[in-house]
Design a protein around this ligand. Structure first.
Ligand code: ATP
Ligand code: MG
Length: 392
C-alpha cells in the first residue's frame, strides 16, 4: 500500500498576497530535508503539502520525523493513497486503519470531498467507510461527538487519502522568512532555547560563541558545537563564529574594578556580535537572557549592555521562568548537553559582588581604563568559523 505524508500549515494561510512566498519557502525546506531520506516529491495544493515517496527505498519514517521539526507546519500525518473509487477506498481503509484503532474504544469517520465530481457526498462517504472499518474491527464503537480516534477520508484532485491520528507539527513560520539573526550562543540552557524560539518565528540562525582559552577548555568549545548541532536538527546548517575574549578578560582583570567585570565583558560581547552580525547580513542579535535571572540581567544591566548595539536584540526568554526554559530545552533536545559541567568565559573572572544597578557613567569610566576599540579589533581578528551541518 502506498503511503504519503500530508502537512498542514498554520499562520501562513493568514499571509494574504505573500502566502505563495511562504509556501514556496516551506516546500524548499522540506525538499532539502527530504533529500536526506531518499527519493521524494514535495508538492502543494489546497493548503496542504504532500510528501510522496517515489520508490521503495525512500525512508518515510525518517522523513516523517524530520518533517515534524520543520517550522511552519502545524500538523502532519501519514496517509494511505488509493484510487478514487469506493471499492479501492473501502479496501484501503480496512487494511490501513485497524492499526490506529488498537486498544481504542470509539472512533468516527469524517469525509471530505474536495473533488465535487465524486459521486458520494461527505456524509455518505463517512458512513460507508465507517461501516467498512466496523466489519474488520467489530469491538470498536462509533461515537460522533467525542471519539478517541478520528479517521479521515479525503477525495482530492490526485486521488483518495485515508488517514487517522494527526501529529502536532513544530508550528511557527518557515526558516528564513523573517531574515537572519546572530545568536549569542553559550554552553548554558537558555541561549540554545532562545535561538530555537526565534528560528521558530522564521529567523535563519548564525551563531557567535565567545571563549577564553586557556581559561575555558577545548571540551567547553565542543559542548557549544554539540548544542549548535542539536539546534541545527531543527533549523538547518549553522555557522558558528568562535571569538577569543582571553586578552579582553585579562586586560579587564588587570585594569578595571572587579564589580564591573561582567558588565564590561557583556558590552564587548555585544559590540563584537553587532559588528559580525552586520558583516554577515544579520538584522538582529539573539540572546538567552531572562529578566532578573542573574546580576547582568536586571533591567539596568540590560540597558547598559544594549547601549553598545544599534540593531534589535531579541530576547525570547526574557519573560520565562527557568523551569519554563528547561521544559523547552528538553523539547529542543539540548538540556542534557547544556547541563554538562564545563566552564564558560562568563564564569571565569566572575566578580564576587557584581553590580545589579549599574550607572552608565561609572560603566563608561571603567571602560575607558582600557583601549576598548583596539581590544575589539583584536578579538574580531581571532574569529574562527565552524559550519555545523544539520543531521536530521
Ligand atoms: P545561558 O544559559 O544561555 O548560558 P545564562 O543564564 O548563563 O544563559 P549569562 O551567562 O548571563 O546567562 O548569559 C546571558 C546570555 O549571553 C546568554 O544566554 C547568551 O546569549 C549570551 N552569552 C553568555 N555567554 C556567552 C558566550 N560565552 N558566548 C556567546 N554568548 C554568550
Ligand atoms: Mg551562560
Amino acid at each position: 500500500m502506498k503511503e504519503i505524508i500530508l502537512c498542514k500549515y498554520g499562520e501562513i494561510v493568514l499571509k494574504g498576497a505573500n502566502r505563495g512566498y511562504f509556501e514556496d519557502m516551506l516546500c524548499k525546506t522540506l525538499r532539502r530535508r527530504a533529500a536526506h531520506f531518499g527519493n521524494f516529491e514535495v508538492s502543494r495544493s489546497q493548503s496542504t503539502i504532500y510528501i510522496e515517496p517515489k520508490d521503495d527505498f525512500a525512508d518515510i519514517d525518517g522523513m516523517f520525523a524530520a518533517a515534524s521539526r520543520v517550522f511552519g507546519i502545524i500538523a502532519l500525518n501519514r496517509a494511505a493513497v488509493c484510487e478514487k473509487n469506493m471499492d479501492a477506498i473501502r479496501d484501503t481503509a480496512k487494511e490501513y486503519i485497524p492499526q490506529f484503532l488498537e486498544g481504542k474504544r470509539t472512533f468516527k469517520v469524517e469525509g471530505k470531498r474536495s473533488d465535487k465530481r465524486f459521486p458520494l457526498d461527505s456524509m455518505q462517504l463517512a458512513r460507508e467507510i465507517g461501516g467498512a472499518i466496523l466489519s474488520v474491527c467489530p469491538r470498536i464503537k462509533v461515537d460522533v461527538h467525542n471519539p478517541e480516534v478520528t479517521v479521515r477520508v479525503e477525495i482530492r484532485e490526485a486521488g483518495a487519502y485515508v488517514h487517522a491520528g494527526q501529529c502536532a507539527g513544530a508550528g511557527g513560520l518557515p526558516i528564513g522568512s523573517a531574515g537572519n539573526g546572530l545568536l549569542l550562543l553559550s554552553g548554558g540552557i537558555d541561549s540554545p532555547v532562545a535561538g530555537w524560539m526565534m528560528a521558530k518565528r522564521g529567523v535563519r540562525l548564525e551563531a557567535i560563541h565567545f571563549e577564553s582559552f586557556p581559561y575555558t577548555s577545548e571540551r567547553a568549545r565542543q559542548k557549544v558545537l554539540d548544542l549548535a548541532s542539536i539546534v541545527a536538527g531543527w533549523v538547518g546548517d549553522i555557522n558558528v563564529h568562535i571569538v577569543s575574549l582571553t586578552h579582553i578578560q585579562e586586560e579587564l582583570a588587570k585594569n578595571c574594578t572587579e564589580d564591573y567585570f561582567t558588565l564590561l565583558l557583556r558590552r564587548y560581547m555585544m559590540t563584537i556580535a553587532n559588528r559580525i552580525a552586520k558583516e554577515r547580513n544579520c538584522g538582529a542579535l539573539i540572546t538567552g537572557e531572562s529578566l532578573g535571572q542573574v546580576a547582568s540581567q536586571t533591567m539596568q544591566a540590560i540597558s547598559v549592555t544594549d547601549a553598545v548595539t544599534d540593531m534589535p536584540v531579541f530576547r525570547p526568554c526574557i519573560g520565562l521562568d527557568k523551569e519554563e526554559i528547561i521544559r523547552l530545552s528538553r523539547k529542543v533536545g539540548t538540556f542534557e548537553t547544556s547541563i554538562l559541567p564545563f566552564e564558560d568565559c562568563c564564569t571565569v573572572f566572575t566578580p564576587r559582588h557584581p553590580k545589579t544597578r549599574p550607572e552608565m557613567e561609572k560603566v563608561i569610566a571603567e571602560e575607558q581604563k582600557v583601549d576598548f576599540e583596539a581590544l575589539v579589533e583584536e578579538a574580531i581578528g581571532t574569529i574562527n568559523t565552524v559550519r555545523i551541518m544539520a543531521e536530521y
